[in-house]
Write a new protein. Sequence first.
Length: 223
Amino acid sequence: MFTRHVQQYRLTPTRILIMKGVIHAISLFFVAVLVYNTLNGGFGADPIKGIEHFTGKAGLNTLILTLLLSPLAKRYKQGGLIRLRRLLGLYSFFWVILHLSAYLALDLNFDWALLGSEIIKRPYLAIGAVSWTILLLLALTSPKSIQRRLGKSWQKLHNWVYLALLLSPIHYYWSVKSGLIEPTIYLLICAFLLYCRQQKLKAWLAKKYTAYTAKPISKTSNR
């Protein structure tokens, strides 16, 4: 009954515009919460970790919402929801920029060399860096003009968001020393979103495997 009612409800351009306004309002509200807590000691005894966790979880939450739109659009036949993905994706990248900036500024004092060595030494930072790089590439290629220029390659690039969805909660899980219940819940949610796309992921991985195995093996002469 609920599903039928939702399917009959159509997302008009005006309603999509209103939903985008709500996304902006909620996102800016949490930015205000971040600023307020930073200035008023709202992050407790370890404000640096508090800021890093707040921005990191905000980025992960927004990424999950971005990837949730397609299953919802398919389930309830609301194709208009897809028009919200770019905005949510950009906000996800906005939060991970703040997340990296907080770590670089507050933990490392803008020591880029130290950042590189930390990424090499700590696996959870390495997978976080991979996820961050993927989101960077997706944000840079999100404008429609670039989509048209890239053609089919754009969709191939944006399929890497599934890897970011997998790595981000693992990064969170490894980064905490206690209180593993919350990051475990995030892992399960992200695993469910990937499960909803199992057919698409299998086809994508099959293409990658076929392309890899089809590469000619270079032969070296014995001398």
